[in-house]
Design a binder for this molecule. Structure first.
Ligand code: MN
Length: 491
């Protein structure tokens, strides 16, 4: 998906009461605001002024158009003057794209000498935005409300982040996931309702035979492998003499990418229990594909594979990285409590602190040859981990604030990429709450997306979301989970 092709429609509220001159001023200012906001580095793609709403027919028409315009990723509304909201009801009822109500004002300050009743009538967002807010609340519409001056960094950052959530929504609704093999035998949390996922999240999750991948691998040419190896040599440090093993990963990557491109898939899963006809579990191959925006998760975990690609799509162009992650083991020394995350092989190199090394080591499980993989330490910095579990009848997303640290140990015998982090509010309380909420061992770790971005995305997708932060308490979470359960059963 090309983020730059997406646009957001700026739809401004007014009415005929104030005469044509006021409406001309409103239109000119709204166009200017859309243009200036689009120029901000905090805004990921273009905001386009799409007209001033003065009648019910105009409101209905613009929302219908927004629904059917493939480039329109969301609608931003604001009321420059008062704009009676009964005329917005049908339009808002029909709107199927993410909606943000940006409560702002053209002028920053009240001008002491100039202010008179004409000024008051023209600049009455304080009035208009309350009427506009009421109708959305009355209609129980999912929408984001942002309040602040439209040239200030804080509201623009909030708006830009919401736009990224909306891009995640658009990406989700179009996402196709390729599964090689089923979920790992007997595992519960990686299971899920694929029909519900397609209805709620848009994800088309389907399976392709491993045998077809093997045929595709056999058809890969030496020249294609050479080109893939050149890419590996440029991006990574070749820390092995076993080049044939690395070339096998290149063969796997070329073959998988061909299948993804043919089917339009941006996420995939496989399992070490079904590598029929393959010599190695894809390690380096999966890691390098993830670095290009493909979502992946192991053991057939299509939910986390899909979520990884969604977070990557939302955060395109931002600093930081996003990786498939697994909670592996703890360091429980008092004052140095950390979680050590890794996977058998497949952690995305976008979270690496330095150039990753290509290494070959035996893999204890899967009964295949020693695979090539990227080995690195994760970069330090604030981030989140997020997972989606199927609660039976609904999906629950769980987000936890974390702080990645430079690993406190060298761990020279650990042959995989690893990330070490502190969990909010502290490791033991945080892990306890994650477990209380049913959080999986698989997650998406990101230092590029904020918790708010994913919370807004979850609201757009209409799924339950739980956020574990420094402010979360065990007692509060327990009550939230209980009330959520009741509410979602009624929904
Ligand atoms: Mn795993």
């Amino acid at each position: 998906m090309d983020m730059k092709k997406c646009e957001f429609w700026f739809v401004v509220g007014s009415q005929f009461l104030y005469g044509p001159e006021v409406l001309e001023t409103v239109a000119a200012r709204a166009a200017e605001m859309a243009e200036k906001m689009s120029e901000s580095k905090l805004i990921p793609c273009r905001i386009v002024y799409k007209g001033t709403i003065k009648t019910a027919d105009e409101a209905t028409k613009v929302m219908k158009e927004a629904n059917f315009d493939d480039n329109c990723a969301g609608v931003i509304t604001w009321c420059h003057t008062f704009s009676p909201s009964k005329m917005w009801i049908e339009g808002l009822r029909l709107l199927q794209k993410p909606h943000c109500h940006f409560a702002t004002q053209y002028n920053r300050s009240i001008p002491n000498e100039e202010i008179d009743m004409d000024f008051m009538n023209l600049n009455q967002a304080a009035h208009g935005d309350r009427e506009h807010g009421f109708i959305a609340a009355r209609m129980r519409l999912a929408r984001k409300v942002i309040m602040g001056y439209w040239q200030d960094e804080k509201p623009l950052k909030e708006l830009g982040d919401w736009m990224r959530s909306a891009i995640g929504y658009k990406f989700s609704r179009e996402l196709r996931v390729m599964r090689f093999g089923d979920n790992m035998r007997e595992v519960a949390v990686t299971e899920g309702d694929k029909v519900e996922a397609q209805i709620k999240l848009g994800w088309q999750v389907n399976t392709w035979p491993v045998g077809q991948l093997v045929e595709e691998m056999n058809a890969v040419t030496d020249a294609e492998i050479d080109a893939q190896m050149a890419e590996y040599n440029e991006k990574y440090e070749m820390a092995t003499d076993d080049i044939d093993t690395v070339r096998y990963q290149a063969r796997e990557e070329v073959a998988m990418k061909k299948m993804f491109d043919r089917e339009g898939c941006m996420a995939f899963s496989n399992t070490f229990q079904d590598l029929y006809g393959m010599k190695q579990l894809p390690g380096l191959a999966s890691q390098n594909l993830m670095s290009k925006g493909y979502g992946y998760a192991g053991e057939g975990d299509w939910k986390i594979a899909a979520l990884t690609s969604v977070v990557k799509a939302m955060t395109e162009g931002l600093e930081g990285g996003t990786a498939f992650m697994e909670d592996y083991t703890y360091n429980l020394d008092a004052g140095a409590e950390y979680s050590l995350g890794a996977h058998m092989l497949e952690v995305c190199p976008t979270v690496a602190s330095a150039k990753p090394r290509i290494e070959v080591h035996p893999l204890g499980i899967g009964d295949r040859e020693a695979p090539a993989r990227l080995v690195f330490e994760g970069a330090a910095g604030k981030g989140i981990v997020a997972t989606i579990v199927d609660m039976g009848g609904r999906f629950r997303m769980i987000i936890q604030d974390i702080e990645c640290v430079k690993p406190i140990l060298e761990m020279p015998n650990l042959p995989v990429a690893r990330v070490m982090w502190k969990a909010a509010p502290d490791l033991c309380t945080g892990a306890k709450m994650w477990i209380m909420a049913g959080g999986a061992h698989h997650s998406v770790l990101t230092t590029a997306a904020s918790a708010d971005m994913l919370i807004d995305w979850a609201e757009m997708m209409d799924i339950e979301v739980v956020h574990i932060s420094n402010e979360t308490t065990v007692e509060g979470l327990k009550q939230q989970l209980f009330l959520n359960d009741l509410a979602w059963r009624l929904k």
